[in-house]
Design a protein around this ligand. Structure first.
Ligand SMILES: Nc1nc2c(ncn2[C@@H]2O[C@H](COP(=O)(O)OP(=O)(O)OP(=O)(O)O)[C@@H](O)[C@H]2O)c(=O)[nH]1
Ligand SMILES: [Mg+2]
Length: 451
């Protein structure tokens, strides 16, 4: 698959899911789009106004047979999604009709589009940068309201703008370093060194901030893993069921009921949260239970948040052997059986007190989880959600740190100019101003055909 080699063709594809539907939309892009569609849609005029739809019959190219009644919408070059001449044909949503229409168009000389080729053309024609193109994919794959919100903002260019601002500051800085290089005056070098360093650190912090948002982005994308652990019979499975609002995990009064990891994903406050119920942790000779406990530990290592579930009134006997990278909260269950005194003490100690049986404290716990999963702040939509972008930001940060070090140690402006230049290159690569075939194939190959 090579997007860059196939530039001149007029491309076509079904833009809606295949199968039976109300309507299906077939999209064409390229400078022969209108001419090709006119061969089959005689009602469709050559001198159409842009964004105007017209209705009529789609016939085979000999004109001998009607394939369907269709609506054809024309988008002028420069005013379309791809930036090229685009025509969209809306037909009845039947795969037979779709394949007949596509067959006619391909026979007339259009080529079936590669996955994501429409978006690739939008990128190539400067309708969007690479960050925006990637946001189209995120937008289509978004499985929660929050990540969709982030993707829409990226499509509108908010993240790109932030990267451009950082880059233009660095370009300005690089220019001033060049001037210093030319002048080679000790005095100028001396006075500007401290201000250069200040500015470098400011830009470094801006890059760091963007990179740090990738952690939130990862959680938005993959979901926030909350693992329920504790001794047998303390009410872990009951708590999972109460949190997800269905009888997902088996509950009995027999200790050692849960022996495998039971997962359930919900969306709370627009954030995907994956709850994992685990086997109760204790010393046992039972082979199946031991394997289950091993899995509990594996889940603890993958967790973003561990809920240590403790039964009302009992002590926190259980100790985690290894240092946890995830957050750890204590939850006291069965509060319906709790004495007032015990309740008071637990609340004071900052642990959550819940009753799965009565539903007490469950909503509050869920809200708190959503809050820590992805904190909301005024810049909440400026979140990096793409691994390629994060890795380029991470490379920029490395070079930026090197630049600050050069500045601090006064190792010379030539090296400084080189390092700043490297940061600028990484940011250009992020926006897609520098790219290679492989990167383009990887990015657009993830799209579906027709987008
Ligand atoms: N009164 C009361 N009983 C509860 C509550 N939550 C759980 N139980 C009871 O406690 C017992 C154990 O509950 P489970 O949810 O199966 O406990 P578990 O921690 O998953 O147990 P294992 O899977 O064996 O480790 C069951 O009899 C539940 O009905 C609660 O909030 N109040
Ligand atoms: Mg259980």
């Amino acid at each position: 698959m090579a997007y860059l080699d196939q530039d001149e063709d007029t491309i076509c594809a079904l833009a809606t899911p295949s199968g039976v539907s109300g309507i299906a939309v077939i999209r064409l892009s390229g400078d022969r789009s209108v001419a090709l569609v006119r061969e089959c849609c005689r009602f469709f005029r050559q001198e159409n106004p842009s964004h105007r739809a017209s209705v009529g019959l789609f016939r085979n190219r000999e004109g001998s047979r009607v394939i369907d009644e269709v609506v054809v919408t024309y988008f002028e070059e420069g005013k379309s999604y791809t930036g090229e001449e685009v025509v969209e044909i809306s037909c009845h949503g039947n795969p037979v009709i779709v394949s007949e229409i596509l067959g006619e168009i391909v026979d007339l000389g259009a080529r079936l589009a590669l996955p994501g080729e429409f978006t690739f053309r939008a990128f190539k024609n400067g309708r969007m940068d690479l960050v925006q193109a990637e946001s189209v994919l995120s937008l289509m794959e978004a499985r929660s309201a929050r990540i969709k919100e982030v993707a829409v903002e990226q499509l509108r260019g908010r993240l790109s703008e932030r990267v451009q601002v950082i880059r233009s500051k660095l370009i300005n800085l690089a220019a001033r370093i060049e001037v210093n290089l030319d002048l080679l005056s000790d005095e100028i070098v001396g006075t500007s060194a401290s201000s250069l360093k200040r500015e470098l650190i400011l830009s470094q912090n801006e890059i760091l901030e963007l990179l740090a948002s990738f952690q939130s982005g990862r959680i938005l994308n993959e979901g926030f893993r909350v693992v329920l652990v504790g001794e047998p019979n303390v009410g872990k499975s009951s708590l999972l069921n109460a949190l997800v609002g269905e009888e997902r995990s088996i509950v009995t009064e027999i200790p050692g009921t849960t022996r495998d990891v039971v997962e359930k994903e919900i969306v709370s406050e627009g954030v995907r949260i994956i709850f994992c119920d685990t086997a109760g942790l204790h010393e046992t000779e039972d082979v199946v239970e031991r394997l289950g406990i091993q899995r509990s530990y594996e889940e603890i290592r993958r967790a973003d948040l561990v809920l240590h579930v403790i039964e009302n009134g009992s002590d926190e006997k259980f100790q985690f052997e290894e240092k946890l990278s995830a957050k750890l909260w204590s939850v006291r269950t069965k509060s319906d059986l709790m004495s007032n005194e015990n309740w008071r003490l637990s609340e004071k100690a900052g642990v959550f007190v819940v009753s799965s049986k009565m539903g007490w404290g469950i909503d509050q716990l869920k809200k708190e989880i959503a809050k820590v999963a992805v904190p909301r702040d005024p810049e909440e939509c400026l979140i990096v959600i793409n691994a390629r972008q994060a890795s380029l930001l991470s490379r920029s940060l490395e070079r930026m740190r090197a630049a600050v070090e050069v500045c601090e140690n006064q190792w010379g402006e030539e090296i400084l100019a080189f390092e700043v230049g490297q940061v600028i290159r990484c940011l250009c690569e992020m926006l897609g101003e520098e790219f290679n075939d492989q990167v383009i194939n990887e990015i657009f190959g993830q799209f579906c055909v027709g987008k």
